[in-house]
Design a binder for this molecule. Sequence first.
Ligand code: FAD
Length: 477
Amino acid sequence: MSTEQLLASLRQCVGQAHVMTAAADIEPYVQDWRGRYRGEVLAVVSPASTQEVSAVVRACAAAGVKVLPQGGHTGLVGGATPVNAQRAEGSAPVIVSLRRMNRVREIDTVGNTLIADAGCILENLQQVAADHGRLYGVTFGAQGSCQIGGNVSTNAGGTGVLKYGNTREQVLGLEVVLPDGRIWEGLRTLRKDNAGYALKHLFIGAEGTLGIVTGVALRLHPRPAVSAAAWLSFDSVEDALAALVALQGQAGERITAYELLNRAQLQTVVAHYDDVRIPTDPDAPYAVLLELSDTYARADLNGLLEDVLSGLAEAGRLRDAAIAANEAQRAAFWFIRHGISEANRAAGMGLSTDVAVPIKVLPAFIDKATRAVLARWPELSIILVAHMGDGNVHFIPRFSFEDWARIRHLPDIADTVRAVVHDEAVALGGTFSAEHGVGYVLKGELERLRPPLELELMRRLRQAIDPAASMNPGKLL
Ligand code: FAD
């Protein structure tokens, strides 16, 4: 089948207007939002229903053309961006964008479940849950543009994992269009279902390599009635960890977020936004944004915070703290945290990493990785932002734009810097990819750092579900 015949067939599947090929129309789909990765595609196709996704995938399979599922295109490892056809071993793929599949299909406030199209924007889905007095537990900076299908496919984490878990913990069932176009209807909302292999888990975190997620059944939570936020500053990571342990003892599951930032990260945010003020000493080496929440409306969370924090201060483990007095202050605290990505993008060439280590060795990891990186590249700044309660650190060695211009011609320099960080994490029992996935950027690291048997099992799974290797070429494995 020629390309023209395939395009004609795709237009029949979804309508003329929803098959884009003009360079200006497809630009946002072929380059990632940071402008680091781009590749060629035959077309960008936007189906409006599961049946249309199935028809598109069948047409591509018949033409021997590969398929790249794309959600909100906010991923950080190049997973949803096409790579050069040569590197992906084949011709340019067709992007299947889920953006038109954006309906919440049903919400059940007795069973606390919600079923949505995979193209629902995370924030819209959170809002529907809130409108029904419920909470969807996954939240992070890209929620205004990422899609629930993308979250499922990357097993997204974010700032609420400590209390609610990753996306994997929210998923009750899935509907998936398989690489041959058949539809797996696994959209069950059961809390218990032990009938054989739990197939949904294969597709969660599969980064579009095993099929296209078209529908998602999710767990909801009761909506907290009260919350309290505090900005804490510390002299060391050890102190921040001691505070977390103390808080867990006294506040238990009320801890909703515990986000660590280092001084260089805070300075980057302050330099980028005119009106940002750090609530405590901006020169403290480390700061934590802490949030508690409770479904009991009369819970005295501020009182609880004051008790724990005064105990920590007396023990000499807390440098300073500010408790948000109202909703505006709470929002201002969160603005600092969520403003990080934009601020970092403008500040230099940050080689983001996404490692996780057992929580107790977090201070050791930060110390060892910092020493290892600075020993080789003393000109780097080390930016740290961590979902500390999950042991997940975005350890970001950052070159100034001038240094990067000088050094970028060196082959594999970005990979080499990241590898130094990854090695320190793995040596402490950690992983090089905690929540962003593998995509295109970390393929080599998967190969380098995971045992051969794990890689063999992954390849065999992919081969079993996608024998023609037609899904998301050049990614993950
Ligand atoms: P895309 O970027 O479009 O795709 C990601 C991968 O999933 C690709 O491999 C793609 O092929 C596949 N995919 C997408 N949709 C489907 C589908 N329907 N079926 C099958 N495969 C599909 N991530 C975190 O985990 N935690 C964070 O705290 C976090 N913070 C972020 C903050 C900012 C400012 C930004 C820009 C990103 C952040 N991310 C974070 C990364 C990113 O937002 C998440 O990975 C998100 O889950 C990706 O969703 P998406 O819809 O944009 O997916």
